[in-house]
Design a protein around this ligand. Structure first.
Ligand SMILES: *Cc1c(COP(=O)(O)O)cnc(C)c1O
Length: 238
């Protein structure tokens, strides 16, 4: 157990140094980048070890897995900002709204309409729910997300919905041996954000780019990521 905690602490420190170095290459400050520790398959003690290192944002890909963990951490007095990074089924929207601060995986206007309707009822009086539009840049058939061509139209539709704030775009890059190979994917997401931020498409400019995982986050930060989602490099490396 002590060993596990020390490992997580060393991993968090290393990842943070890598983020700082990658940001520095582009004259960016590390504070511009939020590190979301992705905890799928990770037990509560290791999650607490990450929180003890100053991590404030945790990510899960499934609502069912997040629910008991969120409960356990709340009971233990931990304050966590929860991020949903995996596909959201429409029948889980209600439960998701009770847990997550940001939904990274909005992948259709239809899901956004459901989220909006429920958020207006369940979050009355609270600020709008932050959502990101997931874009399948590489067009991989097994991945969720709208096509880059559809992104402008869907972004405009989501931005007009009450109860939600479209805060940015998210993508999952293909798995490759050399992270340099996915640099164009990250660059394309950044360009898409610029296109969508041109006057007249969405009212509020999109601030966020959620991109970069354990194998490719340094390249993603160089290309403008504002949120990186990291699991294995924190919880599995020794
Ligand atoms: C699992 C997962 C991550 C973290 O992946 P690692 O390779 O473990 O860093 C990030 N984003 C999404 C959407 C995930 O499902």
């Amino acid at each position: 157990m002590a060993d596990t905690v020390a490992n997580v602490a060393a991993n968090v420190a290393r990842v943070q140094e890598q983020i700082t170095a990658a940001a520095g290459k582009r004259g960016r400050r590390p504070e511009e980048i939020t590190l979301v520790a992705v905890t799928k398959g990770v037990d509560v003690p290791r999650m607490q070890a990450a929180l003890a290192c100053g991590i404030a944002d945790l990510g899960e890909s499934r609502v069912q897995e997040a629910a008991p963990k969120a409960q356990a951490l709340a009971v233990a007095g931990s304050r966590v900002r929860w991020h949903l990074v995996g596909h959201l089924q429409r029948n889980k929207v209600r439960q998701a709204l009770a847990i997550f601060r940001m939904i990274h995986s909005v992948d259709s206007a239809r899901l956004a309409v459901d989220l909006s309707r429920r958020a207006l009822r369940l979050r009355a009086g609270q600020p709008p729910l932050d959502v990101l539009l997931q874009v399948n840049i590489a067009g991989e058939s097994q991945k969720f997300g709208v096509s880059p061509e559809a992104a402008h139209t869907v972004a405009r539709a989501i931005a007009a919905l009450p109860g939600l704030r479209l805060a940015g775009l998210m993508t999952i890059a293909p798995q490759v041996a050399d992270p340099e190979d996915v640099r164009p994917i990250f660059r394309r997401l950044r360009e898409l954000r610029e296109e969508i931020n041109a006057p007249g498409i969405v009212g509020q400019p999109l601030a966020h780019l959620s991109m970069g995982m354990s194998d490719d986050f340094e390249v993603a930060v160089e290309e403008g990521a504002t949120i990186v989602r990291i699991g294995r490099a924190i919880f599995a490396y020794r």
